[in-house]
Ligand binder design. Sequence first.
Ligand SMILES: [Zn+2]
Length: 125
Amino acid sequence: MKTKITTLEEARAYRYCAWAGMPKGSPYCEGFCCEEVTETGRGGLYHQCRSKNGHGPAGLYCKRHDPAVVEKREAATRERQNKKWDAEMLKAKLGYHGPVLLAFVKDCAAAGDAKAVKLIADLDL
Ligand SMILES: [Zn+2]
């Protein structure tokens, strides 16, 4: 489904599962979620979600496909992935710049910086 359906008229005008072998597809079935979903194990055929509606714009979506809920879920996934990515980048940066950082900390320790001395001892460097 390219654009989100937000009105009952749009849902009624939409054709589910339209493809070369069935160009007209299937009509919207009222009372059920208007989201178009894939059938698992059926070669990527799309059909209307079989859950009861009552959520989201005009109450056309089920709880799971309510666009606000979907957006929230996707935002949470993005945030989780970004955090993971940031952690991996930091790890890579520390690995790459480790020798320079270690030399810096050792210089600080040699100059009498107590924090640097403690850090070297704590990390057993
Ligand atoms: Zn649904």
